[in-house]
Design a binder for this molecule. Structure first.
Ligand code: F2R
Ligand code: MG
Ligand code: MG
Ligand code: MG
Length: 345
């Protein structure tokens, strides 16, 4: 069993924060010119650049909800649906202007009035439930908290997601993201990650999660993992190819596999990205794909940060964002909660 460190927890949550705050500058832009983005990153990592108009970069719903997931797990040393739902609700009503999804705000309003914390989410989209990436974007703390037991982790991640998202694509997207964070955390740091093995192992897990699905279902996460492998194998893969094959949208199935691809691709240098810090490169490349940039960068960042750790978080870059001290402390408290975890009932 590898020796997991608090610096990996910090790396994970701080990289997620960076991805959200920087990505938010571009959310919804279909195309992000590579050169302009590289100039911005060069400025952001340069201590001499003041960037007064721009900083501090504010975090959005992605981080706001991640905070609630972490705080609830820390306080209860276990998943408690009503408590986590209450955290989402109070966080939202304290700070509603953080760019939440259009429909999830209805869930928050209903949660104030009902006793079953899963009921409002089940009613979304005429009963089909949301497949937005709002479950996956906030799931990293659950993966860290329960990384020692995969089945427990998947149970917590599914439940934490179902407070707002019940569509199978939304739930399974969060499970894939949790598995990817766990795998990155547990990866042997003495040798480079082998993407093929990483994907094969994830595919085994997703196949079992998707066991009731039609094998040819194009939207299956199992199929998306094959697409990631193909994109990584082709040295000529462009931003357009990635967006065409995996998407860059607000739906979980059009963004979670994309974030995983970004993490794996960013283990190597990328043409047009000057920065050689692998965490910063991950975030920059995620944003270069356009679309749901804050969320894809936050998810790719969480995976990359869990793997590379705090030593690869650029301190100047971190100095540009809101909430860094709080999130670093949150990572410490989450790390401490792992040893104390356990549910009494
Ligand atoms: N909302 C945004 N970005 C747009 C505006 C932000 C802008 N910067 C601003 O300041 O105004 N970003 C955030 O939302 C995403 C996460 O959303 P979440 O939590 O999944 O919300 P929701 O409402 O459940 O789903 C999002 C949309 O997906 C479509 N959808 C989902 N399920 C559907 C279904 N079963 N049928 C049809 N459509 C479905 C809907 O359009 C939902 O509104 C993140 O990007 C976060 O950053
Ligand atoms: Mg340049
Ligand atoms: Mg957001
Ligand atoms: Mg987003």
């Amino acid at each position: 069993v590898p020796n997991i460190t608090v610096d990996q927890f910090k790396g994970c949550l701080l990289a997620a924060l960076l991805g959200d705050c920087i990505g938010a500058l571009f959310e919804g832009k279909q195309e992000v010119p590579m050169e302009d983005l590289d100039d911005l990153f060069q400025d952001l990592v340069n201590e001499e650049s003041t960037l007064d108009q721009l900083v501090p970069l504010e975090y959005t719903d992605d981080t706001a909800m991640l905070k609630s997931v972490a705080e609830s797990l820390i306080r209860n040393k276990c998943f408690k649906a009503t408590d986590m739902a209450n955290m989402f609700v109070s966080e939202y009503f304290e700070s509603p202007g953080r760019g939440y999804g259009q429909s999830v705000v209805d869930v928050f309003a209903k949660l104030k009035k009902v006793s079953d914390p899963f009921q409002p989410a089940r009613e979304q989209f005429s009963g089909s439930g949301s497949y937005g990436n709002g479950g996956a974007m906030r799931i990293a703390p659950a993966a860290l908290f329960a990384h020692q037991n995969t089945q427990h982790m998947l149970d917590i991640a599914a439940q934490a997601t179902k407070i707002t998202h019940t569509n199978r694509l939304g739930v399974h997207g969060a499970l894939l993201q949790a598995l990817a964070v766990q795998k990155a955390l547990l990866a042997d740091k003495r040798k480079p990650i082998d993407s093929k093995t990483f994907l094969t192992e994830l595919k085994k897990e997703m196949k079992s999660i998707e066991k009731d699905l039609d094998k040819d279902e194009d939207e299956s996460y199992t199929n998306k993992l094959d697409k990631i492998r193909h994109l990584l194998n082709d040295s000529k893969t462009s931003v357009k190819d990635v967006v065409r094959a995996l998407g860059h949208g607000i739906a979980a199935h059009e963004s979670v596999p994309t974030a995983l691809y970004v993490f794996l691709r960013s283990l190597q240098p990328i043409p047009g990205i000057e920065c050689d810090n692998p965490v910063s490169r991950t975030i920059q490349y995620a944003i270069a794909l356009g679309g749901d940039t804050d969320t894809i960068a936050t998810m790719a960042g969480a995976i990359a940060g869990a793997y590379h750790g705090l030593e690869h978080i650029d301190r100047v870059l971190l100095g540009r964002v809101e909430g860094k001290e709080y999130i670093e402390d949150l990572a410490v408290r989450l790390f401490d909660a792992v040893e104390k975890s356990g549910c009494s009932e």
